[in-house]
Design a protein around this ligand. Sequence first.
Ligand SMILES: Nc1ncnc2c1ncn2[C@@H]1O[C@H](COP(=O)(O)OP(=O)(O)OP(=O)(O)O)[C@@H](O)[C@H]1O
Ligand SMILES: [Mg+2]
Length: 370
Amino acid sequence: MRCANCGHEGNPGASYCARCGQPLQATSPSVAGGMARNQLMAGFAGRIGPYVLRGEIGRGAMARVWRAWDPRTSREVAVKEPLFSGEYPPQVIAEMERRFTSEGYMASRLQHPNVVTVFEAGTYDGRSVIVMELVNGITLGKLLERGPLEVGVATDILDQLIDAVSYAHFMGVVHRDIKPDNIFITRDGSVKLADFGIAHLVTTGMDDLQSGAVLGTPGYMSPEQATGGMVDERTDVFSLGVVAYEMVSGQNPLGAHSGLDFQTMVWRTVNQPIPALAVPALPPSMARAIMCALEKDPNRRPQSVKAFKTMLHGVTRVPSTGSRSASIEKVMSGKDERTKVDLSQSWLIYLVIGLGGLVMILLLLVVACM
Ligand SMILES: Nc1ncnc2c1ncn2[C@@H]1O[C@H](COP(=O)(O)OP(=O)(O)OP(=O)(O)O)[C@@H](O)[C@H]1O
Ligand SMILES: [Mg+2]
């Protein structure tokens, strides 16, 4: 059946256009007249299977993400679908879409407070989708557009990221595309990492099928990943190092965002020394850990994200500006004043009151015995 909206020739039994998502029957003049069709489309961007699309959230290099409504669970979700069409031969697209959903399925096994939950991966009317938790917040990428973060805030974010990645590694999943645009900060200061496994899938899919294709995100991927070598969890250690460097200094250590072409970025990733971190407030242990994570040779990096975390904190923990999420919340809300009670001080007050009470009781006992 031909779509009246975009002209795409879809499967005979399909209800929705596989290319643009518009309902096939409803767009046919024989079924809906002009007026009725407009009403049907108002505030409605189409449907994929059971999901009612409510508008596009955004697009990346390989996919677009819809805000959608799941009537079965009465909740809003994010629906991601690949945008491979047109650039590759049909058999390449079919294989990449198959891998997209199978990797989405793998990501759906990950259940962690710092990982964006994947509810479902599947195909409806020929459209492959990954259905995720809809995150309300902003990406770290957007947050960093305002400039570098306070060391305490950066540490809080990094700790939560490390928890997510460490859990994923334990589950046998290497992310391969850790970057600020895949990291969300919610309003309550929680950090959520998105797109687990998807980069791997896209990479492998294109790698197998199209030589010379993109292998990840230049400026964030490790030298071994950028050159198509074998990668393991240490590639995520490198990317975490890049993110950490960017958070505390406001600069990408490899010059991402400078509009350089892919080959130049690969060359820089492999050959260009990382500029020393010049952030006065940064504890030396943290600076050392970040620089160590950015070693070109994976054998010279911390060998796991947990080892990276230990190195980051050194002997003494980095002093945070407040309790864990309070400091991130402050950044999210733009407030300068701390509104939360400092629990460590409360404990001290209770201790003093308790000891005072004990002394009073002892004094009373002494007086009573006299
Ligand atoms: N679960 C989600 N909840 C809310 N917004 C999301 C969710 N997943 C992705 N987005 C947003 O949708 C947009 C597209 O995301 P997508 O992952 O396709 O691209 P990207 O991460 O920006 O870039 P790339 O293609 O390089 O990965 C981005 O603005 C992203 O912030
Ligand atoms: Mg993404």
